[in-house]
Each structure stands twice: as structure tokens, then as C-alpha cells.
Design a binder for this molecule. Structure first.
Ligand SMILES: *[C@@H]1O[C@H](CO)[C@@H](O)[C@H](O)[C@H]1NC(C)=O
Ligand SMILES: *[C@@H]1O[C@H](CO)[C@@H](O)[C@H](O)[C@H]1NC(C)=O
Ligand SMILES: *[C@@H]1O[C@H](CO)[C@@H](O)[C@H](O)[C@H]1NC(C)=O
Ligand SMILES: *[C@@H]1O[C@H](CO)[C@@H](O)[C@H](O)[C@H]1NC(C)=O
Ligand SMILES: *[C@@H]1O[C@H](CO)[C@@H](O)[C@H](O)[C@H]1NC(C)=O
Length: 469
């Protein structure tokens, strides 16, 4: 197709000619090249953005969670089956064990069904996407013919050269040998990065409660090693009066709560019930901010007893010392409880610290009391949440609706602060309302706008994760 057109000369020339007479001056523009097919480029752009929006990270997270659930469920089934065989006394299998096994098989079946659904959806998606990508590739190859300036081709060559250079450079770099860790409670050293999410689930009440917390007890009671706990702010997004339990991760994912609820009080809220989502379970007790008080509560799941201790004078409470992001603060996040290898910590702020984060160790023992306290220079309203790992406090901040940054750390062993941690989390929804490190499986558990999400820590000395439950 040859494009040719007539173009009037500029107005000035036209004017000067008009004054001389009625004759008109015209010149012909002949484009020897083919016209650039803008329509085609537009179509390709539309197709490409359609392709991107079609493949959401959610679909793959969902699959991964289900698979992880299954991976943890199967060894449990094997164990129970072995136990059943041991109990087999010639004629009769224990009815109880059979029942347990039946339940387990049913859960696994549910998990498989969900997985089957996801697989079929993803297969179709993959097929559709492959076709789209093939079309895009062909379209772009066609368009390259119009690249008369050779810009795109040269860019390709440059990219290839750069890749070769990078490979060459990396190949030359000697891998540094890490020094031996000094802290005995952290045999893997400090964590260096985070991947995931590896678990992502709406659980039993998808979308119902925006605020909550969940995880595993790092020091579980016998027989409850694989249990997961969930506390949802069921009243006004602020208060809770019970803990819900799931016997395994897969039960949590398929939403089947076998042990059920343990209630703190029949009313919600009332004296010493839960206020705010940043609670933790440790050693068979739930630690949380007591309702309407600058105090820490410990609820013993076995004895149902509640022990209370006051935080230092001046501690901000009742939504006066919250975590915040750019546009909003997260209500009733005055107290953040955290667990790590060494036990329980509480993170808060006080008037005399001008709103900066304060960290106290919670002492174990019959009496509930605070141990050593550290004062940081990070302003709590610049932080979205905190967690502890190996005696180091970490703080996160909001980067975008899909990214959160672990930007700050405070080492309780040295008192050193670091404002340049620079580790990023891929989010599944904009707000992280609970974060806690689980030293049993080296996971970071998050509660994000009613979704339960886990990330995997990568440590200095070992990249492998112990996923057994
Ligand atoms: C998976 O789902 C399809 C259609 O829903 C069904 O035909 C098939 O039997 C299922 N497979 C398994 C292993 O459940
Ligand atoms: C795949 O393409 C077909 C036909 O265009 C459409 O009906 C189907 O919904 C698509 N599937 C997915 C998962 O996008
Ligand atoms: C952390 O891991 C991500 C990919 O999972 C990678 O892109 C990033 O560069 C890593 N960051 C550091 C500090 O190693
Ligand atoms: C919880 O109560 C049980 C039973 O009374 C007791 O053995 C256990 O030590 C208590 N836990 C804590 C942390 O006080
Ligand atoms: C690292 O992980 C591997 C595999 O799980 C294990 O065999 C090894 O002992 C671990 N090393 C350390 C230092 O924990």
C-alpha cells in the first residue's frame, strides 16, 4: 500500500501568494515507506493488557496453598494409619481411630476437589493465554518490519550483550562464606529475604472479618502441635471474645474447625476480652490487649484463667497509638504482640517516647510481667506493622497496594537500628493488619483484609524450610 497525499504549503506563503494573485501553490508529499499500522499496535496493546489482567497472582497462590495443605495432610494420615495398625488387636480396629481416619479422608477429599477445580480453571487459562501470547508474538514480529530506524532490533542486541556481561560478571564473583552465627537461639542466623505467599486463603469466613490474627503456637501443648488458631474481630472490627482452632493447616484452608472455639467470656466486649487484632498464642495462652485498658492480658486455654499486667504509664491505648499507612491508620492496633525463638514480646508506644516504638520482653512464668524494655527512634505512625525474629524487631511500611517493605530493624542484642533493611513482601490485598513470625516453621503469618497469608523466610545459613506440621 502506497501512501501519497497533497499538502498545502504554510499559511504565510499562501498569504503572500494571495496578494500577488489567485494562483495556488501546492506540493506533493510521497512517502516511500509503508504506513505504520497504528491500529495493529493498538490491538496488540489491548491484547497484552488483557493477558496481564487475566493472569492474577491469586490463581497461582490459591493452587500453592492447596498443594501445601495436601502436602502437610498426607503425612498426618500416614501417621494415624500407622497408629490404627498398632491398635489393631486381631479382630477389631478401634472405632475411635476409624472415625478420626474417616474425618481425615473426608478433609483430604475436600482438598482434592478444590484442587481439581483450580487445576481445571488454570488449564483453561493457560491454554487461552498460550494462544494469546502466540498471537502477540506474531503481531510484534510483523510490527518489527516497520522499525526502519532499527531501534527495536538494536535494543534486542543490547539486551543480549548486557545479559552476557551480567552472566560473566556473576561467574567471576566469588561467593562469600558466611561467618558462623554467634546467637545460640538463632542457629540459622538472621533472615535475609522472604518469598511467597506460600499460603493464601480466605479460610472459613471468606471476606467476613476485615481484622484478625492467626498462626501456630510456637510452644504448643502436647497433642496440639499441628493446631492453627484464628482470632477474628467479630464485633465492630475491634473486639473478640473467642479463639477458633483448626487441627491442621488444611482444615484451616477448607474451613473445617474440629476443636472449635474456646471462649474467653460470653459477652463481647467486656472486661479482659480482646481488643485489636495483633494477638499471639504462646505456650497454650493467648496474649492480647485487654478491652478498654492500657494492659496486657494472658488467657490460659487450659485453666481459662486471665492474668493481667499494666503497661508503663503513658502507654497509648484505645486507638491513640496506631499503626498507619499513607492514607489511614489501622484502628485499635495500639498493642502488637509478637513471638520469636525466645518467647513473647509486646510492641507499643507512649507519650513520653513521642509516639516512637517501644519494645518490651514478656517474661514467662506464673505471674505475667514485663522484662527488659527498649526505646527505638522509629515513629509508630510511619509503620504498618511489626514482628520479631531472633531477638530483632522488624517494622514494615506501605509501598503500594501490592507491595509492603520491611524497612526497619532494631537488634535487642546490640541496640543497633537499621532504616535500610529493604526486603519486600508481595501482598494479596492492600492492608496488612497482623504480622507475626512463627519460629516453628519459619513462616511469617499475615492477616490481610480477611485473608490469611504466609510468607517463607530465607535465612543466612539455610534456605530450606521445614514444612512438616
Ligand atoms: C475433576 O472435576 C471434573 C469436572 O468437575 C470431574 O469430571 C472429575 O471426575 C474430577 N476429578 C477428580 C479426580 O475428582
Ligand atoms: C477461555 O476462552 C474461552 C473462549 O474464549 C472462554 O469462554 C473462557 O472463559 C476462557 N477461560 C478462561 C479461564 O479465561
Ligand atoms: C529477595 O527475593 C526476591 C525474589 O524472591 C528477589 O527479587 C530479591 O532481589 C531478593 N532480595 C534480596 C535482598 O536478596
Ligand atoms: C495454664 O493452666 C494450666 C492448668 O492450670 C497450668 O498447668 C499452666 O502452667 C498454665 N499456663 C501458664 C502460662 O500459666
Ligand atoms: C540445612 O537444611 C538441610 C536440609 O533440611 C539440613 O540437612 C541441614 O542440617 C541444615 N543446616 C543447618 C545449618 O541447619
Amino acid at each position: 500500500m502506497k501512501l501519497s497525499g497533497l499538502l498545502p504549503l504554510c499559511a504565510l506563503l499562501a498569504l503572500s501568494q494571495q496578494s500577488q494573485g489567485p494562483s495556488k501553490c501546492e506540493c506533493e508529499l510521497v512517502n516511500l515507506n509503508q504506513a505504520f499500522p497504528h491500529n495493529k499496535l493498538d490491538t496488540i496493546q489491548d491484547d497484552a493488557s488483557g493477558c496481564v489482567s487475566r493472569i492474577t497472582p491469586q490463581s497461582s497462590f490459591h493452587m500453592e496453598s492447596l498443594l501445601l495443605g495436601l502436602k502437610r495432610r498426607l503425612p498426618q494420615l500416614m501417621e494415624d494409619l500407622e497408629q490404627l495398625e498398632e491398635e489393631h488387636d486381631g479382630d477389631l480396629y478401634s472405632a475411635l481411630s476409624l472415625h478420626v481416619l474417616e474425618n481425615e479422608l473426608e478433609e483430604i477429599q475436600q482438598l482434592m476437589d478444590k484442587l481439581n477445580g483450580s487445576i481445571q480453571g488454570n488449564q483453561e487459562l493457560a491454554e487461552n493465554t498460550t494462544v494469546l501470547l502466540q498471537n502477540l508474538k506474531e503481531g510484534l514480529t510483523d510490527l518489527e518490519h516497520f522499525d526502519t530506524m532499527q531501534v527495536v532490533k538494536r535494543q534486542h542486541v543490547n539486551q543480549r550483550l548486557k545479559k552476557d556481561l551480567d552472566q560473566c560478571r556473576n561467574g567471576l564473583q566469588p561467593t562469600a562464606k558466611p561467618t558462623q552465627p554467634t546467637d545460640r537461639t538463632c542457629p540459622l542466623g538472621q533472615f535475609v529475604n522472604i518469598t511467597g505467599p506460600v499460603v493464601y486463603t480466605g479460610g472459613e469466613y471468606p471476606g467476613s472479618y476485615k481484622y484478625g490474627g492467626w498462626g501456630r503456637d510456637p510452644k504448643p501443648e502436647t497433642g496440639k502441635e499441628s493446631w492453627y488458631w484464628l482470632v477474628m474481630m467479630t464485633s465492630s472490627n475491634r473486639y473478640a471474645n473467642y479463639i477458633r482452632f483448626y487441627s491442621t493447616l488444611s482444615s484451616l484452608i477448607v474451613g473445617k474447625s474440629t476443636p472449635g472455639n474456646i471462649q474467653i467470656h460470653a459477652s463481647n466486649p467486656t472486661t479482659n476480652t480482646i481488643q485489636g487484632p495483633n494477638v499471639v498464642l504462646y505456650g497454650g495462652s493467648l496474649y492480647y490487649n485487654c478491652f478498654n485498658a492500657p494492659s496486657l492480658c494472658r488467657f490460659n486455654l487450659t485453666s481459662k484463667a486471665i492474668t493481667v499486667t499494666d503497661l508503663p504509664k503513658g502507654t497509648r491505648f484505645n486507638s491513640k497509638g496506631n499503626f498507619c499507612q499513607l492514607d489511614e491508620c489501622y484502628p485499635f492496633t495500639d498493642l502488637d504482640l509478637a513471638t520469636d525463638e525466645s518467647g513473647v514480646w509486646v510492641i507499643y508506644t507512649t507519650s513520653q517516647d513521642f509516639g516512637n516504638l517501644v519494645l518490651s520482653k514478656v517474661e514467662e512464668g506464673e505471674q505475667l510481667k514485663l522484662g527488659q524494655t527498649w526505646h527505638t527512634s522509629v515513629y509508630k505512625q510511619a509503620v504498618t506493622n511489626t514482628f520479631m525474629a531472633c531477638g530483632v524487631l522488624y517494622a514494615t511500611r506501605y509501598v503500594s497496594s501490592t507491595t509492603e517493605e520491611i524497612f526497619y530493624s532494631f537488634d535487642t542484642a546490640t541496640g543497633k537500628e537499621n532504616f535500610n533493611v529493604g526486603i519486600f513482601l508481595n501482598k494479596v490485598s492492600p492492608s496488612i493488619l497482623f504480622l507475626n513470625y512463627s519460629p516453628v516453621d519459619h513462616m511469617l503469618h499475615a492477616y490481610c483484609d480477611s485473608n490469611m497469608v504466609s510468607y517463607k523466610f530465607l535465612f543466612e545459613f539455610n534456605d530450606s524450610l521445614n514444612v512438616s506440621s
